[in-house]
Design a protein around this ligand. Structure first.
Ligand SMILES: *Cc1c(COP(=O)(O)O)cnc(C)c1O
Length: 235
């Protein structure tokens, strides 16, 4: 099942790369393994996947200790400042930076561990109240503010586009994100190299790739539907 899903996703990525005039190497597939058990992640690993996305600190810590050391873990969910210290030495990138205060804490912890942490600025492109991320209008200012934090490197933007039936409806947002990255790059800020666009999920990653995504985050399309336990622990 998982192997077949992966093969389908891989074929769709290749087709979109072709359509968008991109090389396959220019797009990283991040398998979003949140809520999925270590055994299933191991199965994806055995099929060749090395990049995995998680949205909870506790889950990263649990899975990190159980799974191969060459996995690249991506933090893609909302991150509380007091938890940064638990993942600073475990993740290869934090996709979800949306406040100066969070960036500042990542900088402090990165310095402590003698690393430079690659981060992305999360943009709330459709101005959805339920979502995290900075408003589009505020993204440049945040990039400017964090550019003096020298233990982090801003490498691009991340977006969680609205849930839509037709992925074409999100094309305009992906185009806006790409343009925003160009605008920020043109500011020539210290510690800012806008070379990554983390956009596209199961419902819309093909369109995102056509519009320049360099990282797609696919969960359901690889692992199947997620079943959440009911109850307050899920909040
Ligand atoms: C869950 C999640 C995904 C994957 O969503 P699917 O629709 O299952 O592919 C991608 N990005 C983020 C930030 C997520 O939280």
């Amino acid at each position: 099942m998982l192997k077949k899903n992966l093969a389908n996703v891989e074929a769709a990525i290749e087709a979109s790369c072709k359509k968008g005039g991109r090389t396959r190497e220019s797009v990283t597939l991040i398998a979003v393994s949140k809520t999925k058990p270590a055994e299933l992640i191991q199965e994806a690993y055995d099929a060749g996947v090395r990049d995995f996305g998680e949205n909870k600190v506790q889950e990263i810590c649990d899975k990190y200790s159980k799974l191969p050391g060459d996995i690249r873990w991506h933090m893609i969910g909302h991150l509380q400042r007091n938890k940064v210290k638990h993942i600073i030495d475990k993740v290869c990138m934090i996709h979800s930076v949306d406040t100066y205060r969070l960036a500042e804490e990542i900088n402090i912890q990165a310095k402590k561990h003698n690393v430079v942490m690659p981060i992305l600025i999360e943009v709330n492109i459709a101005d959805e109240q339920t979502k995290f991320g900075v408003q589009k209008e505020d993204a440049i200012q945040l990039a400017e503010e964090i550019s003096h934090l020298d233990s982090l490197r801003t490498e691009g933007l991340m977006v969680v586009a609205p849930y839509v039936e037709n992925p074409e409806d999100n094309r305009k947002y992906f185009q806006e994100i790409r343009q925003l990255a160009v605008d920020i790059e043109n500011k020539n800020l210290d510690n800012v190299v806008m070379r990554r666009l983390s956009m596209g999920m199961t419902g819309d990653y093909t369109v995102a790739i056509e519009e320049g995504a360099t990282m797609v985050r696919v969960g359901t399309g690889i692992f199947g539907a997620r079943s959440y336990k009911q109850g307050p622990n899920n909040l």
